[in-house]
Structure formats: C-alpha cells, structure tokens
Design a protein around this ligand. Structure first.
Ligand SMILES: [Zn+2]
Length: 324
C-alpha cells in the first residue's frame, strides 16, 4: 500500500533544489552521469518524453534522511511543503542510489557531503493543503514540524492518501510472484474493505500491471489495437475483479489485458464492447450517439491478441451485454 513522504522546502537550499529539478523537469538524455547505463534505459521507459522531475534527499543529517529514503517504494506519494502548506504532490516512479547523478543534479551540499539518494516522481499536481490538516489526519500533533525528509508508513498515511485521492493508477509497489500468490488468497470478497484489504488490491493491480507492461514503453490496447505509451493503458481484469475467484486470480497470465484509457476502458466496463471468438464484438443495443456509433463500427471485428487462454473470462464478460 501507499506511504506518504514529507519533503519540506523550508530553507533556501532545498527551495533551490526543488526549483532546479522538480518544478523544472530535467532532460534525461542530457544527464552525463548515467548516459549509456541501465539507469538511463529504465528511466527512458518510464519517461518516454525524456523529461523527468526529481526529488532531492540531501539537506540535513544525511544518515537519517537516507534511512527514510530507504523506506520509499515505487507508487508512494511525496508531499512537498513550504510555508506550512503542501503545495505539490508527486508519485515515486524510480529510486536510485547514485552519488554521481546526485552531484550532477544538485552539487555537493554546504558541508561538502556527496548526496546519493535520488527519487524520481511523476503525476505532479498542485495542492493547497495546510500542513496542520495533514498532521491532524495522520494522528500527529497539529503543529508537528516537518523535518527535511520523512516517510510515514501505510496505516498512518491512509486517511490522507484516500481522503485526497492521491494514489496513482500507473505506478504501483513492486510485488513478487510469491507475494502475489499469497495476497490473492487473502482477498475476501464477502467482507468490506479495510486498510489491509485495499493494500491487497493495490498489490494485485501492481503485479498484474508489471506482468503486462514491465520494460515496455508502448503496448497495444486489447480492444482498439492502438499502441500507446503504457501510462495510457490499464491492466484491466477481463472478468470483473469482484467476481474473480482465487483460482481466477492465480491465473494471472490470462485474467488481465491492457485496455486504453482513451475510451476503450469505458466502453468495456459499460458493456458496449466485448471479445467473442478472438474478435471484438459491439453491443446490439440502441446507441443514440452518432459519434459513438462510428467508433463502435471501427472496433467491430478487430482481432484481440489477448483472447487465447482468456476465453472463459471474456465469456463471463459477454454475458453482461447485448451482443447477440
Ligand atoms: Zn483502446
């Protein structure tokens, strides 16, 4: 599940660093310290536009901040604070310990120490939330002073993450196959979701997403067939997730497919389209919009490359709409 990191820009050095690499994105291909390395390659997959925003864990007592940085995971939320207000939020996409990169980005600190802990963020959004409100929601003293950089664990962070809908639907924690197998057996469809329940679903989503998109810059939408950057695609359960049995979930190679957020997700969830015998089928119900009709006509009959192995899940979905 999602943790929250406080990043304070209280002093002029941290403000300067934030200005340099967070408010103004850096051009990845211009970073000499990582050129030609695996790091550059991985970042190019995450940021196909070549521009990335980077957070600095640098000022203050390096040892303490490093320990905080080590708690971070992909998908965690960073709240950026100045003047007692959270003014930005971002999602952690990539973490790397690399003194050369840190030095290139921000230089040595005022004590001549070389920083090394770097985190990249995406989905940066403007916020306007008093720190006292965040503190209260997280069970801290209202006047709790934010240190340079501090990570708060899942349970404490949950009210803020869900209250302000800060979770990413693209970046998830990294989940191993063993952990996935374990958590899907603990998903209980008969009980209301508590924090642990949410956490399991998030891990489930993260694992499925990695299965479909790991290492890929673009992938094909299972419905329209267009190839999009993976940020425009979701790893969708073919059979509605709330109807999936544990056995369905363990069949992770077949239970999900990529669907684009540029229309197909909505069409599939609202039962305007499905896949029958490997081909996209569209609803036979009345469609009042001429524009929507023309989209459906274009989709009709496309071959879905994710059909093989997933027939029974598509069959389940097909029953929800009027396709015959
Ligand atoms: Zn699509």
């Amino acid at each position: 599940m999602t943790k929250i990191a406080f990043q304070s820009a209280a002093d002029s050095d941290s403000r300067e660093n934030l200005e340099k690499t967070l408010l103004n994105p850096v051009v990845l291909s211009e970073l000499e310290s990582i050129r030609g390395t695996g790091i550059a390659e991985e970042l190019a997959n995450i940021y196909p536009g070549d521009m990335a925003r980077v957070g600095a864990v640098k000022q203050g007592k390096e040892g303490e901040q490093k320990a905080e940085w080590e708690k971070l995971q992909r998908g965690d939320v960073v709240l950026f604070m100045r003047d007692d207000m959270v003014f930005l939020s971002g999602i952690v996409t990539y973490l790397v310990k690399n003194p050369d990169l840190a030095r290139e980005l921000w230089g040595d600190d005022e004590r001549g120490h070389t920083p090394e802990c770097v985190y990249f963020v995406d989905e940066v959004k403007d916020q306007f939330i008093p720190c006292s409100t965040i503190n209260r929601m997280m069970g801290l003293e209202e006047t709790y002073p934010w240190p340079g950089f501090q990570v708060h664990l899942e349970d404490v962070s949950a009210p803020v993450v869900y209250g302000y809908q800060l979770e990413s639907h693209v970046y998830f924690p990294i989940v191993s196959e063993d952990e996935y197998k374990e958590i899907v057996q603990e998903i209980d469809r008969t009980r209301p979701l508590d924090t642990k329940g949410w956490s399991r679903l998030r891990k489930e989503d993260g694992f499925l997403r990695d299965q479909l998109f790991r290492g890929k810059v673009v992938e094909e939408c299972g419905i329209c067939g267009n190839k999009y950057p993976t940020q425009f695609l979701i790893a969708a359960h073919i059979k509605d997730r709330w109807h999936c049995t544990t056995e369905d979930r363990l069949d992770y190679q077949n239970i999900a497919m990529p669907i684009c957020k540029l229309g197909c997700e909505e069409l599939y969830r609202r039962n305007y389209v499905t896949v029958i015998d490997e081909r996209v089928a569209v609803t036979k119900a009345r469609v009042d919009s001429k524009d929507l009709k023309s989209i459906l006509v274009r989709l009709q009959g496309r071959v879905c490359p994710w059909f093989k192995g997933s027939r029974k899940y598509f069959d389940w979905h097909t029953r929800l709409g009027k396709y015959f």
